[in-house]
Design a protein around this ligand. Structure first.
Ligand SMILES: C[S@@+](CC[C@H](N)C(=O)[O-])C[C@H]1O[C@@H](n2cnc3c(N)ncnc32)[C@H](O)[C@@H]1O
Length: 455
């Protein structure tokens, strides 16, 4: 079908009223949707149409006719090119409002649910330097060492000396690495030909303990001038507790390989969420925004409404962080997770916190949950925190059969969340309350906790 409203290469005036998945502005020309990179809700723009598809067009800003009051100058000088942040050019309050709107729109349009209380997004007081884990690709740019982040949608490295959403200590670590590579002519990995030594630098910071881990991902085993590198790192950053080499010789987009060698200190660092202690190793998963994780988990715990008598399922439990939070207020918690290593971490985390009422199962939730139910194990309260694709129907069906009084849904994807809430609603589980939490300021990621009750 030919679109008669918008034509390629023509110029139009567009008012932006929303943002898309990648932070692009969305406006309409006579009702026809136009995506504009860099557009902010509230902007009046003159745009040149570059692409026309059946249901939408893509335009480029020619002139900012009247800027939105929410348009700001990003703090980071490379915010436009770097792929890490998408919404630094939008005032933080407005970012939060847009996240609330996204959750609301999905619940109404996909979930078709009415009368749900959707709270304003809980944001950070200081939404900067919040990430406890950084991954810097290392490469070559104009015959010099490049350490930074990938350019939007590419594998081209943007050199950076500081990142606004990472911990400050990374600035010093990156500089030491850069100097070391330049001084000793240590090669950077080249994705094209698979040659060169250093692939990535991964850093992890315990925000509560101040402990730091550096993981050097290499394409070979031998690191030239290894001792000089270690000395340079620990003299510049004395908080370092662990330096690990991770070997990845494969031609792959995966950052980490399977083999780790501890070069300095311990093979793990320690951090806390609330009063719970966690061991963080080179390969283990840990939430990247520890301050907001606490906010998210406390909300999940509140919505679970535990009295100490309940059996609780924590489905998609990862390393058991939510399970251990729940175990403080429940009779028994069963955690279920597909990744073997995560379950090993969950058991270790339970042990170091002296938690004895949590049990963990490895396997697909859609197989383990029905199997436990068949064995006669049921839940009074179920918490689910699935990946972006949401819950499998077998999981939701078994939850309904278990007949718990409450379900708490932690979601990182509002559209699959809305689909699953509708599914549960049609089976007697009513969505009562939704609390979006901003886990990733300056990005378009939306996280939400939902309280669902048996009717
Ligand atoms: C969003 S994370 C939640 C992790 C954890 N609740 C936390 O807060 O750290 C989703 C988890 O689901 C796991 N997962 C993905 N597919 C799964 C499946 N089919 N069955 C069980 N776990 C799965 C992933 O490995 C991941 O750990």
């Amino acid at each position: 079908m030919k679109n008669n409203i918008v034509e390629k290469n023509k110029i139009y005036e567009v008012h932006i009223d929303d943002i898309g998945h990648n932070g692009e502005g969305i406006g309409r020309i006579e009702g026809f949707t136009v995506f504009v990179q860099g557009g902010v809700p509230g902007d009046d723009l003159r745009v040149k149409i570059e692409l026309v598809k059946k249901n939408y067009a893509v335009g480029k800003i020619i002139k900012l006719v009247a800027p939105s009051p929410s348009r700001i100058i990003p703090v980071c000088p490379i915010a436009d090119t770097c792929g890490g942040c998408q919404t630094q050019h939008i005032d933080y309050k407005e970012q939060l409002r847009l996240k609330t709107n996204t959750v609301k729109a999905n619940i109404e349009r996909i979930g078709k649910l009415e009368g749900v209380l959707i709270h304003d997004t809980l944001g950070m007081e200081e939404p900067s330097r919040y990430r406890n884990k950084a991954q810097f690709p290392v490469g070559n740019l104009d015959n010099e060492v490049a350490i930074g982040f990938y350019k939007k949608g590419t594998h081209e490295i943007v050199n950076t000396s500081s990142c606004y959403i990472q911990h400050e200590v990374n600035d010093r670590i990156v500089e030491v690495l850069r100097e070391y590579m330049e001084r000793y002519k240590v090669s950077a990995f080249d994705e094209e030909n698979g040659m060169g030594l250093i692939r990535h630098i991964l850093t992890k910071v315990g925000f509560t303990t101040g402990e730091i881990m550096i993981v050097l991902i290499t394409n070979r085993r031998k690191i030239p001038h290894q001792e000089e590198l270690i000395q340079a790192l620990i003299s510049e950053v004395p908080e370092i507790k662990s330096i690990v080499q991770n070997i990845n010789m494969k031609k792959t987009n995966r950052i980490l390989g399977d083999e780790c060698i501890t070069l300095f200190g311990d093979d793990k660092i320690v951090d806390y969420i609330g009063s719970l202690k966690f061991h963080i190793s080179a390969l283990s998963f840990f939430q990247v925004n520890p301050m907001q994780t606490k906010v998210l988990y406390e909300k999940a715990l509140e919505y679970a409404g535990l009295t100490g008598e309940e059996t609780v399922f924590d489905v998609y439990c990862g390393i058991g962080t939510i399970s251990l939070f729940l175990a403080q207020k429940a009779k028994k918690v069963y955690g279920i997770e597909i990744v073997d290593a995560a379950i090993e971490d969950a058991k270790e985390n339970a042990r170091i916190n002296g938690v004895e009422n949590a049990e963990f199962f490895v396997g697909k939730a859609e197989e383990v949950v029905p199997r436990l139910y068949k064995k006669g194990i049921t839940a009074d309260v179920v918490v689910v925190d699935p990946p972006r694709k949401g819950c499998e129907e077998e999981v939701l069906d078994t939850i309904v059969k278990m007949n718990p009084k409450r379900v708490v849904y932690v979601s990182c994807n509002p559209s699959t969340l809305a689909r699953d809430l509708k599914y549960l609603d049609e089976r007697g589980y009513r969505t009562v309350e939704v609390q979006p939490v901003d886990m990733f300021p300056h990005t378009t990621h939306c996280e939400a906790v939902v309280k669902i009750e048996r009717v």
